[in-house]
Ligand binder design. Structure first.
Ligand code: NI
Length: 257
């Protein structure tokens, strides 16, 4: 059964030594399709190279990550739009608001996020949202911009049932679950139990957030199976069913990969 990793940063230098091996291991474990969200313009050429080398496996998103938003973000957004015009991207992301690491650019972050949501609408693409300690700020933007065509993923979800319900109520959004669900005391398993499977997609967010039993090590797409196994334990259905349903959910957002 093939399974989609909806969020990996396979192009970062943590994988420079063995990137081809990492992709081979992913495929061996059934993780045949990987979505690679952007961080900033400095990574674009590395992303494009990977998609050219592995056109059946690697799919790209472009966007300015909230933690990369500085005074000059408008220049970065110009590059994002220039890239979108090439038609090589299946989504805009990752974009959003992160007030955990730094609140200094909070207003810029909100502004950059909203502008990129508008870009996604202009190019009819889904969005990949990063939110950390900023649900209120992100919801404020989506409340304003949501329409019947806007779709996307709230990636690396660690919120409450109430926040999940709010996401679902928008109509076009899914919830990305990663290794955090395997962490003892994260409490995320209890929230996931309450969310209907038709709203969940799986992701590694590699090289970060490696799931148990690889916690603390570099994460990679082959580890997606540990996340799927945890979800099947929570939902009490088969691995095949988890893969099938979460793949369908991912393709509902990103189109047929
Ligand atoms: Ni990410």
């Amino acid at each position: 059964m093939d399974i989609i990793d909806t969020h990996t940063h396979l192009y970062v230098n943590e994988f420079d030594e063995d990137r081809n091996e990492v992709i081979r291991r992913a495929k061996e474990n059934g993780v045949t399709k990987m979505i690679l969200p952007g961080i900033n313009s400095g990574y674009i050429s590395a992303q494009l190279q990977l998609a050219e080398k592995y056109p059946e496996n690697c799919f790209l998103a472009v966007g300015l990550h909230p933690s990369e938003v500085k005074e000059d973000f408008e220049n970065e957004l110009k590059i994002v739009e220039k890239e979108l015009q090439t038609g090589k991207y299946i989504a805009v992301g990752e974009i959003g608001v992160d007030l955990y690491w730094d609140k200094k650019f909070a207003e810029h972050q909100k502004n950059a996020f909203e502008k990129q949501v508008i870009l996604a609408k202009k190019y009819s693409l889904p969005i990949i949202i990063h939110v950390r300690e900023a649900f209120e700020e992100v919801f404020e933007v989506i409340d304003r911009q949501n329409d019947t065509n806007l779709t996307g993923i709230f990636h690396s979800f660690t919120g409450t049932k109430k926040q999940a319900d709010k996401i679902i109520s928008y109509g076009g959004f899914k919830i990305g679950i990663n290794g955090i669900v395997t962490f003892k005391n994260s409490g995320l398993d209890k929230v996931v139990k309450e969310i209907d499977l038709k709203y969940l997609v799986l992701e590694t967010d590699s090289p970060y957030l490696s799931p148990v039993p690889r916690r603390g090590k570099r994460n990679e797409s082959s580890h997606l199976i540990y996340i799927a196994e945890k979800i099947l334990e929570i939902k009490k259905i088969s691995f095949e069913k988890i893969a099938e349903l979460t793949n369908d959910n991912a393709e509902e957002i990103f189109g047929h990969l």
